[in-house]
Write a protein that binds this ligand. Structure first.
Ligand code: CAA
Length: 257
């Protein structure tokens, strides 16, 4: 399938999606967002793919929603638009999604990165919610995911006063997994994705689901869900293979069954 605003390739069991509107610093317009979700869903459905990386350019992961596309919209236009609901589709992706963030991750770009399961940040990465500068607030999860990630005090400062986080601050506040030299960012994200993609696929899928459940539910319900998922994995070929391989002191061969 050919796309207008993204570049898609596979590296063995890793699907790589690069946002590709360099002149607009990868601002997320409707086309880019729907192409991104289509590519994510295609990789999710492909059993040869075990993990997915989303990257931007060195200067910008994404500088937010496309302000030029949104500027003249009315409330009714926004209500009827697929733009914000499109972000929800990333939550349904079952495979791990890793963001490789270089440069600006602002507004919807920061929200996109925070919607991913893990973030590898380049030293030049900058995270922010500058919507207040243009008379609005984050609309794609920023006030919620950011607050859960960094706590109320900092989230307030970011949302109300455009406080931007450096890569080092993002690491300190637990938004990103690690910070790497800019030239290594994509390779590190691809390596992490390749490592996870080499693991037992069903355990990876249920592990992701269980960790995400911690943000949705009470501890009692979350623990019960985790126990059900753990138990369910004993119905898989991969559980038998993984435990036999350990006992027989050999590497496991995962079937994804
Ligand atoms: N939408 C549309 N175009 C954008 C854009 C955006 N979010 N961000 C950058 N661009 C465009 C600029 O208009 C410019 O295009 P032209 O050359 O045609 O003028 C080009 O990208 C390069 O940008 P700059 O010249 O501004 O580059 P810079 O290096 O001087 O500044 C920047 C970089 C600080 C990221 C600055 O571009 C900026 O502040 N961008 C807007 C960031 C923003 O407000 N994002 C939030 C959007 S709203 C949102 O995301 C809502 C939501 O929650 C879903």
């Amino acid at each position: 399938m050919s796309y207008e605003t993204i570049l898609v390739e596979t590296r063995e069991r890793v699907g790589l999606i690069r946002l590709n509107r360099p002149k607009a610093l990868n601002a997320l317009n409707q086309t880019l967002l729907s192409e991104l979700m289509s590519a994510l869903e295609a990789f999710d459905a492909d059993e040869n793919i075990g993990a997915i990386v989303i990257a931007g350019s060195e200067k910008a992961f994404a500088a937010g929603a496309d302000i030029k596309e949104m500027a003249k919209a009315s409330a009714v236009d926004m209500l009827n638009s697929d733009f914000i609901p499109t972000f929800d589709r990333i939550r349904a992706i079952k495979k791990p999604v890793i963001a490789a963030v270089s440069g600006w991750a602002l507004g919807g770009g920061s929200e996109l990165a925070l919607s991913c399961d893990m973030i590898i940040a380049a030293e030049n990465a900058k995270f922010g919610q500058p919507e207040i500068n243009i008379g609005v607030i984050p609309g794609a999860g920023g006030t919620q995911r950011l607050t859960k990630a960094v706590g109320k005090a900092l989230a307030m400062e970011m949302v109300l006063n455009n406080r931007t986080l450096s890569a080092a601050e993002a690491l300190h506040y637990g938004i990103v997994n690690r910070v790497v030299p800019s030239e290594r960012c994509l390779e590190e994200a691809l390596q992490l994705a390749a490592d996870i993609a080499a693991r037992a696929p069903l355990a990876v899928q249920l592990g992701k689901e269980a960790v995400n459940q911690a943000f949705e539910t009470s501890l009692t319900e979350g623990l019960a869900d985790e126990r059900r998922a753990f138990t369910l994995l004993f119905a898989t070929q991969d559980q038998k293979e993984g435990m036999s391989a350990f006992i027989e002191k050999r590497p496991p061969e995962w079937a994804g069954r």
